[in-house]
Every structure is written in structure tokens, then in C-alpha cells.
Design a binder for this molecule. Structure first.
Ligand code: ZN
Length: 504
């Protein structure tokens, strides 16, 4: 028994060490995106590569493997729930790190950096055929990768599991089919509506220092703790940092549009609140980490869409907006503001899509990835397949591959199975919000008063503080009383957009 305790302590020490190194990596990444002089790029790449080599070496140490095997073999009754989760997480990570041959890991890493360069050029020159060989090679390597990890599971699913643990094709297919069946007609109805919101009411000039102050104010109102966090500028907004006590969010500014930047702040603050709300009492161990990418995205989208795109939020902040930017906001009513920030319109580019059309962008990619992995689609046919699906799902056809199949960075670095987590996140967010409304019926009133403490505490108690104690499906069941379902999300979109676009 004492022996086991000692072994567990040894494992915990090792895991904390890895966590500290990962924290250093997080700060270096943030530095690279936010303040590093451009000349430092080469040296930084070496520093990051060396550091990840050290982490990999530590994580694949055979002594650690032996300890994990011993602890896992002893069985869950010997440990607390938290300890047991740490052992299981360590076991999974160790297996994933050691099952794939080093040569394959290297080949994937090399193709990632070369693939990115090829993709940038191919997109610039609108030439899919230049990128196609990289894509074919990646599918081949990622299939081999999957085979090493779990030869009994479809290769795509193993890749999916890297981003959204526990998600399966069997689970995603019906969810996404359900969304397609309802959203395609809804998008068509919205496009044909004669009652379109007027987006031009938000056009004007918005000094950047005022935008920054407004973003900080709203982030603070939401409960982001600036003693344990920062907000800066980066080309692509993200949430990073090195620890729950050092969370760094970023946004970017345009002086002709304040909504884009503000909603990026709100989105990243949602991610940041999840990080700041992680269970610190469990130490720097896997059980205290955020759960999955989909759950992380649910936290950002919860605030961005469920809260900040609501009528009550528009009522709360219209006065502050109009005080900050009297021209043009003085003339904009809360209701017109609500409608203007909820315009839905099919577009070619995923990252610019609204909450109704976004899921179709994801489903299109999911279907293509699945098809490439199971062999039912060929890389060379992708531009045609892409454009056909765009036409069918969104009613529009991209004018070029640069605005179509070549638009995303993900495939150029071999990230297959990443996209579904965006839409799973939107669905989780919606289902969490419906559960919150059942437990706290006056939530809209709270938002209108700017009282976010109750909502934040609910998220913290139910989601943030749980870390990795439960699987995603267990968590969703616990918080909402039912498994993830497409119905809740569909009902929400139908109701909201039927009102805005006055659909029958
Ligand atoms: Zn996000």
C-alpha cells in the first residue's frame, strides 16, 4: 500500500513537471504571437522544438511507463476519484506518445512545416493541384498514425479522438444529418425573407483606444480577472498563457468596425473564464486540465452567442455603446442593435460565418475528411466536391479555390478531425444555456442588469471546476439531464431567426 502511494507520488511529480514545461511553452507561444520582434522567428522555432523534444523525452521515459502500468494494474478502488483520473489520463497520453514510431512522428512534423508553405503559395496562386500531393501524403501518414494507436477503430475516428475525446462517427453522423435537415431550409427561408436587419446602422469610425477600453470593460463585467490575466493584440485572436493564474487573451482591431473586435474579446474571455475557473486545488495535474476542444469552444460560444448576441445584452449595453461611439450609435435602438448583430447570410469563408450557416461549413468539411479517410473520395476531386456541397448546403458557389477548398490552414498541418469540435461546441453551449435557464429562470433579467456573477458561478460549479473528472458525455448528461442532441440547438435557431426575419 505504501508502495503504491509512493509510486503515485512519483507519477504526480513527473506530471507536474511536464505541466510546468508546457506552461513555459504556452508563454513562449503567446510571446511569439504578440510581442516577439519578427527577426526572432528562427531562434524561437529552435527553442520551441527543443522544449517539445524535452517534454516528449520525459513523457516517454520507460520508468514512467512502468509506474503507470503498476498503478493502473492496482485498480481504481486503491485511489481517490481524482487520483484515478490522473492515472488514466497519464496512461492514455503515454500510450499515444509511445505507440507511434519515431520515424512516423518525424515525417508528420516535417510535412507539417513544408505543407504549410506549399499551402500558403497554392492559396495565393489559387492552384489546388499544387497542394493536392501534400494532402494525399497527409491522409496516408495520418492513416498509418491511427493504425499504430488503435488498429480496430476507423482511422478517421482515431484522429477525431485527438481533438474531441470520445466523439465517434456513429455519434456525429445522426447529429449532423439532423442539423442539415433543418438548417438548409432555414437558411433558404432567411435568404428569401423581406425583413432583413439593417447592418449599415453600425457603420462608422471607431477609435481603437475607445474600442480597447470598451472590450476591457465588458471582459471585466463578465468576470475575467485581470490580476491573473491580460488582454493584448494579435493577428488571430486566441486565448493562451501558461497557467490558470496567468491567462492571456488577444483580439485585433479595425477602425471601421467595433463589433468584430468586441465579439472576439467576448469569445476569448469565455475561453479565459474556463481557464481561470479550472480546479486549482487538484494541482498542475491532468485532472485539472480543460476537458476537450469542443467543451472549451462551448464556453467561448456560450458567452459570445447565448449571452452577447441576445436581446437582453443589447438592452444592457446599447447605452454604453452609444456613450462610447455617439456617432452612429446614438441613433441605434437596442432592438435594431440586436437585429444588426444577428444578421445571417451564406458566405464562402467559414471564419466569417454566422451561427446559422457555420454548422454547414463544418459538416461539409467533416464529410470530406471522412470520405478521404474511408476512400470514398479522391483528393483530386475535392474542388468539385467542395463547390457542389456549398451549392447544396448554402446555395452559393465559391468564385475560386482560394475562397473554397483552399481557405483553411488546418489540412496543411495535418489537422484532420479538428473541425467538428467547433459545431459540437455550439451545440453544447446551447444545451448548457437551456439547462441554465431551467435552473435560473430570470437569467435574461440578470443579463439586462449586467449581473453576470450568477451565470459565471453556475458555469464554474457545473463545468469549469470539473476539469477532466468526467467524460464529455457524462458531463453533458449531468449538467443538462440528457445526452447531446441536435434538437435543442435547432429549436433555438428556429425560434430566434424566425422572429428576426419574421418567418411564418
Ligand atoms: Zn474559440
Amino acid at each position: 500500500m505504501d508502495d503504491l502511494k509512493q509510486d503515485y507520488q512519483q507519477l504526480a511529480d513527473h506530471l507536474e513537471e511536464v505541466s510546468h514545461l508546457s506552461g513555459v511553452m504556452g508563454v513562449l507561444h503567446w510571446d511569439q504571437e504578440v510581442i516577439m520582434p519578427s527577426g526572432g522567428g528562427g531562434a524561437r522555432a529552435h527553442q520551441l522544438a527543443t522544449l517539445s523534444g524535452v517534454i516528449h523525452e520525459k513523457s516517454t521515459d520507460t520508468k514512467v511507463g512502468e509506474t503507470i502500468r503498476k498503478l493502473a494494474h492496482a485498480g481504481s478502488p486503491q485511489f481517490s476519484e481524482v487520483e484515478w483520473r490522473n492515472i488514466q489520463e497519464a496512461q492514455r497520453d503515454f500510450e499515444r506518445e509511445t505507440k507511434v514510431p519515431k520515424s512516423l512522428v518525424q515525417e508528420i512534423a516535417e510535412l507539417s512545416s513544408r505543407g504549410h508553405e506549399v499551402w500558403v503559395k497554392a492559396r495565393q496562386e489559387n492552384s489546388f493541384k499544387d497542394f493536392a500531393p501534400v494532402l494525399s501524403k497527409f491522409i496516408d501518414l495520418k492513416k498509418q498514425y491511427a493504425h499504430h494507436i488503435d488498429p480496430n477503430t476507423p482511422e478517421y475516428e482515431v484522429n477525431l479522438d485527438d481533438f474531441e475525446r470520445g466523439a465517434t462517427i456513429e455519434q456525429l453522423d445522426p447529429l449532423f444529418e439532423g442539423l442539415k435537415a433543418e438548417l438548409i431550409p432555414l437558411i433558404k427561408q432567411i435568404a428569401e425573407s423581406d425583413h432583413k436587419p439593417d447592418g449599415s446602422i453600425l457603420e462608422g469610425k471607431f477609435p481603437i483606444e475607445k474600442q480597447e477600453a470598451l472590450g476591457k470593460q465588458i471582459s471585466t463585467d463578465m468576470g475575467f480577472c485581470f490580476d491573473q490575466g491580460r488582454m493584448d493584440v494579435a493577428v488571430h485572436p486566441f486565448c493562451g498563457g501558461g497557467h490558470p493564474t496567468d491567462v492571456r487573451i488577444t483580439t485585433r482591431y479595425r477602425d471601421d468596425d467595433f463589433i468584430e473586435s468586441l465579439y472576439a474579446v467576448i469569445h476569448e474571455t469565455g475561453h479565459g473564464l474556463y481557464e481561470q475557473g479550472r480546479p486549482k486545488e487538484w494541482g498542475n495535474l491532468p485532472v485539472a486540465e480543460s476537458l476537450t476542444m469542443g467543451i472549451h469552444e462551448s464556453q467561448s460560444l456560450f458567452w459570445e452567442r447565448m449571452i452577447a448576441q441576445s436581446k437582453s445584452f443589447a438592452r444592457r449595453y446599447q447605452p454604453l455603446f452609444s456613450e462610447t461611439f455617439p456617432n452612429p450609435l446614438k441613433r441605434v435602438s437596442a432592438d435594431a442593435l440586436f437585429r444588426a448583430i444577428n444578421i445571417s447570410k451564406p458566405s464562402f469563408i467559414r471564419v466569417e460565418a454566422d451561427e446559422v450557416t457555420y454548422p454547414l461549413h463544418v459538416i461539409l468539411r467533416y464529410e470530406i475528411e471522412k470520405g478521404l479517410f474511408d476512400g470514398s473520395m479522391a483528393v483530386d476531386d475535392l474542388p468539385e466536391i467542395w463547390n457542389g456541397k456549398m451549392k447544396k448546403y448554402l446555395g452559393i458557389c465559391p468564385p475560386s479555390d482560394a475562397k473554397g477548398v483552399l481557405q483553411d490552414v488546418h489540412w496543411s498541418s495535418g489537422l484532420f478531425g479538428y473541425f467538428p469540435s467547433y459545431t459540437l461546441g455550439a451545440m453544447y453551449a446551447c444545451q448548457f444555456f437551456q439547462a441554465l435557464k431551467l435552473q435560473i429562470p430570470n437569467v435574461e433579467e440578470l443579463v439586462e442588469r449586467g449581473d453576470f456573477a450568477t451565470i459565471r458561478a453556475w458555469l464554474r460549479d457545473n463545468i469549469h471546476s470539473k476539469g477532466r473528472l468526467y467524460s464529455t458525455s457524462e458531463l453533458v448528461q449531468q449538467v443538462t439531464g440528457q445526452p447531446l442532441s441536435a434538437d435543442v440547438f435547432i429549436r433555438y435557431l428556429n425560434e430566434k431567426y424566425s422572429e428576426i426575419y419574421q418567418l411564418n
